[in-house]
Design a protein around this ligand. Sequence first.
Ligand SMILES: [Zn+2]
Length: 426
Amino acid sequence: MSTPVDTLLIHAGELLTARGGSHGVRAAGLEDPELISDGAVALRGGRIAAVGDTTTLLADCAPAETVDVEGRLVTPGFVDSHVHLLHGGSRHAEYDRRIRGLPPSADQPAGIAGTMAHTAATSDADLLARARGDLHVMLAHGTTTTEAKTGYGDGIAEELRLLALSSALDHPVTVVPTFLGAHALPPSHAEDREGFLDAVVAAVPEVVGQAAFVDVFCDPLGFTPAECERVLAAAQQAGLARKVHADQTADVGATSLAARYGATSIDHVDFADEDAIAALAQAGSVAVLLPGVAHHLGELTPDRSGTVAKPHLPAQAERLIDSGATVALSTDFNPGTSPTPSMQAVLELAVRLLRLSAPAAWHMATINGAHALGVADTRGSLEPGKAADVVVWDVASHQQVTHRFGTNLVLTVYADGAPVVGRRDP
Ligand SMILES: [Zn+2]
């Protein structure tokens, strides 16, 4: 007997499932994608009812609606696991000076402090409108799940305002909120570092039920490992999962610290050494790589002295993969160092800058991203029972998405089973 379903997508040239084991897709598995030719996927009640080849699903399913995708690529939606969604202002003028080798303008605060000032001056309504606009761009480029970090609050009250706004977004993109109180020392606390950290630690129990994660920026540009450990210990005590921005501009031991605290994800890890990578893999933490930052800043990576050693990106990616760790890709969308909300752009940059194969990049941007965000039970791959977050592409192969840079190749996006973006009917 045929099973009733809402929508049946048929005749996918390639259907990439991104199915993985309990820790995502790792090591040699990254190069071995499950691709179903003449694939089909059935959607029912916002979930995936069945995945297989077109002949089988046409026989098994009684769809209310059948969509022939005419040989196109079908994949899960991207899961973007490292996103500074809530912010005011833009740092384009600062970038324009930096790219020409000029120092930041003296009459305005630069960097994260500059964004904190812009954010404080932006109303709740305007922050929500801005974030919803960015979510729509993400969706149009194939992202169906994202993180929303705080981190641009000038003080704890502002941080809690941003966290509350992340719950009020009400958008087809699934949003996972993260409390990043220890991002940078706010200008209002410039003379009171200890007091600010006390306030972050004290706020951690308050964000239970509002934030899925507590994050810290453990780097010479952020907070020291000892300072971050106070926040991570508070998060662990409160039963909140941890994330860490680790060793982005120098090796300060942040990756090992994060592994010790069982962080769900450890992000950047540009300068993590072999021992730290082994600890990360052993802890089962996901390493999140952010090639948008390397692309956008290049040799302009900001630090206090004006120069910084450059990580060797392909070698570090290879070390992480060879360690057996789960590795994910993300935008690091933020108004300064990686101002793109497009995971499609990140895939293109990842294969070029990290020298990844197309299948590896796809696994890292879907199921492994879901592991980095703690949502792999319900999102990140095309498997029966998971949310029906499905993208139909206007190309036939997953390799074309990593090849044809600079243009949006999405045809249709289904979020929780509903067609929310469509350039035209396939
Ligand atoms: Zn970040």
